[in-house]
Structures are given as structure tokens and as C-alpha cells.
Design a protein around this ligand. Structure first.
Ligand code: SF4
Length: 753
């Protein structure tokens, strides 16, 4: 599991020259975020200043991290690139597929059985292509990355929305779709819109019941779930430097809840202490050598309004513990106001379950502080009134807190230790009785609390808080309990108070672990076979998409003219379909089933022009495919908004759709379509959308002279014998046209080898 010190040396070696170049082109002092971004430009030194929120820029990330659910399609695609090894250090983490039910040992054994074929595939494909593999039970991706791979000034992409967790250690770490991970592993640059910058100045110092989690709970309340969109949030100030590295990780992790691209803290003494504490003193030594590049310039932090697009200031000395929720992470309540809010809104005051841990809050500091409260409960003869679970973020943390007696303390309080995995945080929670859909309350130290996320019950009111507050409220069994002011009645009928939690940022005896759960890849992977059963319904090896036939596309049929919003969820629904995310054929049975047909205002009901009958979209498309007939999909504005899910582009390509013609695209989806060798076209005149008729046969003309900035023509042959010819726009550059010609970006990479 060794981190790649030589890679880090190379990254740091290029910092001085790149920062100097960036200073020249930007022409003013630099934020930390700008320094890291300019140091990772894929074309080398900065030749221009990029407009925030406007310019699309190619970057070269240093690392890739993938969780097991999203890694499947990323790696199936990567296998198509024909490479021997991943181009950058990469890891896979088996954390999302373990269901919490009874406790760590039983649940893990069950998951190993149920997901065997997926784990075998991920293990063998990692082994073959030089990718580190973290087995089920090894821990949650973000905690494992923070402990082992994150480094100040680095850039990482990860196939999970909480990848920004590594920002706690000064890394620009961004959540992406599997196709992006595949590209970077194949050695291609990675495109990002140059972000806007939000500065958060932290002053003062945390004390008492307040924890790092309360900073992001407060920020979420200020910025709301949309306020960080398109921005990187950079924290600075004396208060920032006073926080532990893992506390910073918590803040960056939950920054995903305000829609931020990522969040980041600068390198400081706390970062160095954490690197040393996790066996990476040599990285701290290297970072000390370029420390001035691993934080924003003094002028920036002295006058942040001049350099950030928005500035927020929070005094940690005055910050109260918060509880956010229910149903949304930005409904922020200081603890002093929370009890009244519970009563006024009629939320169930009885607390059924308190859950601590997850990737957000399972550091040694978190666990030790929560355990100090559990110990008080035991000492003061308080019996926890709620159920209470602990999800350690990694085996290293679990082993260490077990050695130090904290798990035993939780056990005495009635706590149950779950597997080192996502579990209840992602709905992998076989919560007994949840199917009755009763109104109830739970509180977690996780990051997301949308309806149904934890247990599938829409009436579960989920609140989010620090592990300390979760523990105190679980002891009380009552959401209206304020541990800062209220007392509890113990077994002897006495009134007792919980004292402020206490803990340690790092273990005095150091971290320890017997088996971290890591599998190093083979030195030479050429002989390693990748295990995929041909009869599997969850995994399927991909076949290369066919290259363009070299002619205009004639005689296409209209599959669907979608009306209104058509997000990646409408194109490729999640929920039960996630089970098939490694099996393109099976998951394609969800293609466009959420899109509204403009001709009948219904979903998943389109006319099959071959039979005249109406059927489901995927089945109709399969009928065209079987007949060797290509189709086109017509759409409205901002087609493909939502996630970067590559399935939304792969499914139509796989089933034989040739072009998507819309009024406008969400950019990520448009790029995904291009990568898969599809034609992504827009109406030159948006009102031409009205010309498209249900029985149209369609030609796409001009492909033999397909060129950047040159329109193509589309001819609609209507069933009454008339036709309309229109101009359509595209945004393909020459490189992307090559993808189309080759059949996909991956085909082109393979051809180049
Ligand atoms: S613990 Fe929760 S937030 Fe963290 S990676 Fe797992 S599912 Fe995502």
C-alpha cells in the first residue's frame, strides 16, 4: 500500500516553475487553489490566466481512487484502452456493497458471499493493471485515501462524490464519473471548468462540545445545497490552522453537500503531524521544502475579498454545536435552538438510533471524543436510550481504537460495531421494521440525510451532527436534549450531566493494524486473467464500439422526441438498476425510461415504426437494432444535466442510437457522448425541434467533411412524403472528430498503441 514517494517528488519539483509562470499570467497574488490547479495543467506551464467559472481547462491529476460500485464500469472501460498499466497510481476500495445488519463479522461474511463475482472481478482487474486493491472490510475509500495516499498540493480524481475529503490534507480532490477515471488511467488529460473560489476565513478556536463537523454544518446553512456549485471552497486563517487534519477532512468531505467542486485547506503543522502519525514523515519533509507553495499567498489571506469570488467568516470560539436536518443537510440548527425546532415542526422527539462513523467522521479524534461520552454514561449509570452503532472508516482506525479500549467502552453502552464500510450511510442497512414506514427520528455523523437514504423509509427523519452530539443524544434517547445545558436521570434516579467530550487527535501509542486489507498489484500483470463469468447478470466485458462506416447516416428512425427535463436520471435511472452498473446489456434496459415522449406525454412509451405499435423505449430500440436500423433521440434544453454517469452515454451507443439532437446539452453529458463515439448535435434554430414528427425517417448529412465549427445537415422525411432539411451545430474539435471516426475515444487510444 506504499504511497508513491517518487511521484510526489516529481509533483513538488515542478511547483516552483509552474507557480512562477502562473504568477506572471494571473498578475496578482495566488490562492492555494490556483497554485494547485496551475501546477497540474496538462500542457505544462501556464500560458494564460483562466476565467473562473468560464474556461474549460485540461489537467493532469496525480491519482485516481475508485469505490467498488463505480469502479466496475470505469475498469471495464479501461480494459478497452489496451494499456498494460494504469498511467497514474490508482486504487479500488470495496466499501459500498456491504450491508449492515447484525455487526461487522457476520455482515462482512455475507457481503463476501453475495458480491463475490464483483469482488473477484475488481481484485483481478486491479492485479492485472497495477492498481492497488482494498478488500471488503479494509475501510471506506475516503478514510483509507486520507490515511495512505492524500498529500498536500496533489490533485486526485475519485469516482465518488465525497472524494473532496482529501482536501483536509491539502489536496484538490474531485468526484467524477467512471469515464473520467478511465481517461486519466489511460493517460488522457482531464477537463474541468476553472472553478470560482469561495474563501472561508476561520478565526478563534474550537472548544468544549463544538467540533470540526460544526464548521461545515454552519457553512451548509449559509451556502445551502446549491451555494457552492462550480466553486472550490478554500479555508484559511488562524482557526483553520488550529484544526486537526482529520477535522479538516470532515469539513472538506461534507463540502459536497453544498455542491462545491471540492474544498481545501493549506498545508500546516497539523498536516505534518498527521502525515507523521500515519507513517509518512518523508512526505512531510518534502512538503516542508515547498511549504510556501502549499498555502495561499499572504496578500490573499490579508484581503480575501479582493481575491475570492465570495468570502465567509466564522469565529470558531463562538461556534455552537449544530444539528442539521431533517431531509436536507443545509437546514442548520444551533443546538440551543434545536429543541424548539423539533417541537414546533412536530418531528419525532424520541430518538430511535444514533449512528457514528462513516467516511465523514471516523477519525481517531472523533472516536476518542465520542468514547469519552460513552465512558461517562457507563460511569454515571446512564443507560443509552437509543440504539447506537459505530462504523469505523478503516481497519487501521478500527484496530487502533479497539486496542485503546474505545470499542469496549461503546459495547458497555450498548453500541454495535458495524463493518468498516458505507453501510447505513448509503442505504445498505437492513434496518428491522423500516418497511413499516413509521415516522421516526435517527441522527448520524454522516454527511447526507435525504429522505430514504439510510433505511429506505421516507418517514425516517434523519439529522446530521458531530459524533459527540450524536452520542450525547443517543444516550438521552431524545432529540430535545441539549447536553450543554440539560441533565439526565440515571439508573439511581439521580440527575447527572455529561461533561464536555475529550479526545486525542492522534493515538499516543501510534496507529496499529494487523491486516489492513490491502492487495498490491502484480509486478507483471500480463499473465493475470480477469475473472468475469459469461453467465453473470452483474458484470459483462465490453466490446469495442464499431468505427464510423465512412458515409452519411441515412434512413435513421426517430426513437423518442423527449420533452422538457431529461437528466441523466431520466436517461439511466439509478435505484435498483445500480446492481447492473457493471453489465452494459442489462443496465441498458433502463435507457430513457424516465424521458417524457413529446407525442403522448407519457414515459417509456414510444412508437415502433417497424410495427406501428407502442412499446417501452429500450425494447423498441432493441427491435431497431435487431433490424440493423440506426435511430436518433431528439431532446429539449440542457439535455443530460445531473450526474457525470457514463451509462447515460454508453447505453444509447450500445443499443444502436446514432445521434442525440437537442436544443442544448449539459456539457459533461455532451462530452461523454462524444467519448463514446456518438453524434451530439444541437438545433441551429431551436424552433426546428417542432419540425420533428413521430414517424420521421432521418438522414444526417455532411459527415464525410465533418470538421470543427462546420454545421451538419439533418433531413426529416415525414410520412406524408414531405421533408424538412435543417442545419445543426456541434462542438467537436478535431480530436473529438477522431473519436467519432474511430468509434470511441478508447478505440482511438487503442489504435495509437
Ligand atoms: S460512507 Fe457514505 S458518504 Fe462516505 S463514501 Fe460511503 S456512502 Fe459515500
Amino acid at each position: 500500500m506504499a504511497f508513491d514517494i517518487n511521484m510526489i517528488k516529481e509533483v513538488y519539483a515542478r511547483y516552483p516553475e509552474r507557480i512562477e509562470a502562473a504568477r506572471k499570467v494571473v498578475g496578482k497574488p495566488l490562492t492555494l487553489t490556483e497554485k494547485i490547479l496551475y501546477a497540474h495543467l496538462s500542457e505544462g506551464v501556464a500560458s494564460q490566466a483562466y476565467s473562473r467559472g468560464v474556461s474549460y481547462v485540461d489537467f493532469q491529476p496525480d491519482r485516481v481512487a475508485m469505490q467498488d460500485a463505480t469502479a466496475q464500469m470505469a475498469l471495464l472501460q479501461f480494459m478497452q484502452a489496451g494499456k498494460n498499466q494504469a498511467a497514474v497510481p490508482s486504487t479500488v476500495h470495496c466499501d459500498h456493497l456491504i450491508q449492515a445488519e447484525v455487526g461487522a463479522v457476520t455482515d462482512l461474511a455475507k457481503a463476501n458471499d453475495k458480491n463475490k463475482e464483483v469482488y473477484d472481478f475488481l481484485s483481478s482487474v486491479s492485479n492485472k493493471y497495477g492498481i492497488g486493491f482494498w478488500k471488503p472490510g479494509a475501510g471506506i475509500i475516503h478514510q483509507v485515501v486520507l490515511e495512505n495516499y492524500a498529500f498536500p498540493g496533489g490533485m486526485m480524481i475519485g469516482t465518488d462524490s465525497h472524494t473532496p475529503n482529501a482536501g483536509g490534507l491539502g489536496m484538490v480532490a474531485i468526484g467524477v464519473g467512471g469515464a473520467d477515471a478511465c481517461d486519466v488511467m489511460a493517460g488522457l488529460p482531464w477537463e474541468l471548468k476553472f472553478p470560482k473560489l469561495i474563501g472561508v476565513k476561520l478565526t478563534g478556536k474550537l472548544s468544549g462540545w463544538t467540533a470540526a463537523k460544526d464548521v461545515i454544518l454552519k457553512v451548509a446553512g449559509i451556502l445551502t445545497v446549491k451555494g457552492g456549485t462550480g466553486a472550490i471552497v478554500e479555508y484559511f486563517g488562524d482557526g483553520a490552522r488550529s484544526l486537526s487534519a482529520t477535522g479538516k477532512g470532515t469539513i472538506c468531505n461534507m463540502g459536497a453537500e453544498i455542491g462545491a467542486t471540492t474544498s481545501i485547506f493549506g498545508y500546516d503543522e497539523k498536516s505534518a503531524a498527521y502525515l507523521e502519525g500515519t507513517g509518512r514523515a518523508d512526505i512531510a519533509t518534502l512538503a516542508n521544502g515547498i511549504a510556501s507553495h502549499l498555502t495561499g499567498d499572504d496578500e490573499v489571506y490579508a484581503n480575501p475579498e479582493k481575491y475570492f469570488d465570495q468570502v465567509i467568516e466564522i469565529n470558531l470560539s463562538e461556534l455552537e454545536p449544530h444539528v442539521n436536518g431533517p431531509f436536507t443537510p443545509d437546514l442548520a440548527w444551533p443546538i440551543s435552538k434545536f429543541a424548539a425546532a423539533v417541537k414546533e415542526n412536530g418531528w419525532p422527539a424520541k430518538l430511535d438510533v444514533g449512528l457514528i462513523g462513516s467516511c465523514t467522521n471516523s477519525s481517531y479524534e472523533d472516536i476518542s471524543r465520542a468514547a469519552s461520552l460513552a465512558q461517562q454514561a457507563v460511569d454515571k449509570k446512564l443507560v443509552a436510550k437509543s440504539e447506537y452503532t459505530i462504523t469505523p472508516g478503516s481497519e487501521q482506525v478500527r484496530f487502533t481504537v479497539d486496542r485503546d479500549g474505545f470499542l469496549d467502552t461503546f459495547g458497555q453502552m450498548g453500541g454495535v460495531v458495524l463493518a468498516n464500510a458505507c453501510g447505513p450511510c448509503i442505504g445498505q442497512w437492513a434496518r428491522h421494521g423500516a418497511d413499516k414506514q413509521e415516522k421516526n427520528s435517527i441522527i448520524t455523523s454522516f454527511n447526507r440525510n435525504f429522505a430514504k437514504r439510510a433505511d429506505g423509509n421516507p418517514n425516517t427523519h434523519a439529522f446530521v451532527a458531530s459524533p459527540e452530539i450524536v452520542t450525547a443524544l443517543a444516550i438521552a434517547g431524545d432529540l430535545t436534549f441539549n447536553p450543554l445545558t440539560d441533565s439526565l436521570t440515571n439508573e439511581d434516579g439521580q440527575q447527572v450531566r455529561l461533561e464536555e467530550p475529550r479526545g486525542l487527535e492522534l493515538p499516543t501509542l501510534g496507529f496499529a493494524v494487523e491486516d489492513a486489507g490491502y492487495q498490491a498489484p502484480a509486478e507483471d500483470g500480463s499473465k493475470v486473467n480477469v475473472s468475469v463469468s459469461p453467465t453473470s447478470d452483474r458484470l459483462q466485458l465490453l466490446e469495442s464500439f464499431k468505427a464510423w462506416e465512412g458515409t452519411d447516416l441515412k434512413g435513421l428512425k426517430l426513437l423518442i422526441k423527449a420533452k422538457g427535463k431529461c437528466t441523466t436520471d431520466h436517461i439511466s435511472m439509478a435505484g435498483p438498476w445500480l446492481r447492473f452498473r457493471g453489465h452494459l446489456d442489462n443496465i441498458s434496459n433502463n435507457m430513457l425510461i424516465g424521458a417524457v415522449n413529446a407525442f403522448n406525454d407519457q414515459t417509456n412509451k414510444v412508437k415502433n415504426q417497424l410495427t406501428g405499435e407502442f412499446g417501452e423505449v429500450p425494447a423498441t430500440q432493441r427491435a431497431y437494432k435487431a433490424a440493423g436500423i440506426g435511430t436518433i433521440v431528439v431532446g429539449d434544453e440542457n439535455y443530460g444535466e445531473g450526474s457525470s454517469r457514463e451509462h447515460a452515454a454508453m447505453e444509447p451507443r450500445f443499443l444502436g442510437v446514432r445521434a442525440i439532437l437537442v436544443k442544448s446539452f449539459a456539457r459533461i453529458h455532451e462530452t461523454n457522448l462524444k467519448k463514446q463515439g456518438m453524434l451530439a448535435l444541437t438545433f441551429a434554430n431551436p424552433s426546428d425541434y417542432e419540425l420533428v414528427k413521430e414517424d420521421d425517417t432521418i438522414d444526417i448529412v455532411g459527415l464525410t467533411t465533418f470538421a470543427p465549427d462546420k454545421q451538419l445537415q439533418v433531413v426529416f422525411h415525414h410520412s406524408d412524403g414531405t421533408s424538412d432539411t435543417i442545419n445543426v451545430n456541434h462542438t467537436y474539435n478535431q480530436g473529438q472528430i477522431e473519436w467519432f471516426i474511430a468509434g470511441s475515444a478508447l478505440n482511438l487510444i487503442k489504435e495509437g498503441l
